[in-house]
Design a binder for this molecule. Structure first.
Ligand code: HEM
Length: 205
């Protein structure tokens, strides 16, 4: 058994489980929870939000942290310990897979930053205000909403970057296809977020 394979397998596995946990929560917040919370009566919201959100946000932010750390460790391992660094045939900016993973890692890292430095600080305040029955500060609510929506938009091209960056599609050149991936991803998220999610399965049965 090759040690290189074992390290890769372990880190990829951790990366995937953590990534699914993070992005699953992100989609839950944007596609489901935002609509449900808005429809609740204030008294119900006061009871539900302080129970639901701290738990959901715990999995969300630690999922983001583990994904981010395992992702960067894989980049260091593959490109800097066993590859050719930034440039060259096996380089982060010198190979097709390297360019794709750079796009994915850039978008994923912006998303990680948004989680830890915009969404989580804003949500801590918002949960406290809801719990105390106070009206939330609109600027804080807006910051959390926009950062969360930005992450939803970034997530779809980010995931394509992960797949292409793992070498699955060697004939799909980074340029110009990253532009197509970003455009298609944006169209898909726009539809899911603004056209579809508010109405889907709204009533039961
Ligand atoms: C936060 C910054 C992130 C960094 C730095 C990063 C980095 C990486 C790296 C280096 C690989 C291995 C590429 C290779 O084998 O050459 C990878 C694979 C992968 N990543 Fe990420 N990643 C990040 C975020 C995410 C997120 C949020 C997800 C969501 C689930 C994700 C999903 C994946 C998947 C599915 C693969 C494996 C694809 C495959 O083998 O087919 N990554 N990532």
């Amino acid at each position: 058994m090759d040690t290189h394979d074992v390290v890769q397998a372990l880190f990829r596995w951790i990366h995937l489980v953590a990534g699914i946990t993070w992005i699953g929560m992100l989609y839950f917040f944007n596609l489901i929870n935002a609509h449900v919370t808005a429809a609740l009566q204030p008294a119900t919201r006061r009871e539900v939000v302080p129970q639901l959100m701290p738990r959901a946000l715990w999995w969300f932010r630690w999922g983001a942290m583990l994904t981010f750390l395992s992702g960067w460790l894989m980049i260091i391992w593959k490109y800097f310990m066993f590859g050719s660094g930034f440039y060259g045939d096996a380089g982060l900016f010198g190979s097709n897979a390297g360019l794709w993973i750079s796009l994915g890692a850039l978008f994923g890292s912006i998303m990680w930053f948004n989680v830890w430095f915009l969404i989580w600080p804003a949500q801590q305040k918002l949960i406290t205000w809801v719990q105390e029955g106070q009206a939330p500060d609109p600027a804080t609510a807006k910051r959390a909403l926009y950062a969360s929506r930005t992450n939803t938009f970034l997530s779809v091209p980010m995931l394509f970057g992960m797949l292409a960056g793992s070498g699955h599609y060697p004939s799909i050149a980074f340029a110009p296809w990253f532009l197509v991936v970003i455009a298609l991803g944006a169209a898909l998220v726009y539809y899911m977020l603004f056209k579809f999610s508010a109405g889907v399965a709204k009533t039961w049965p």
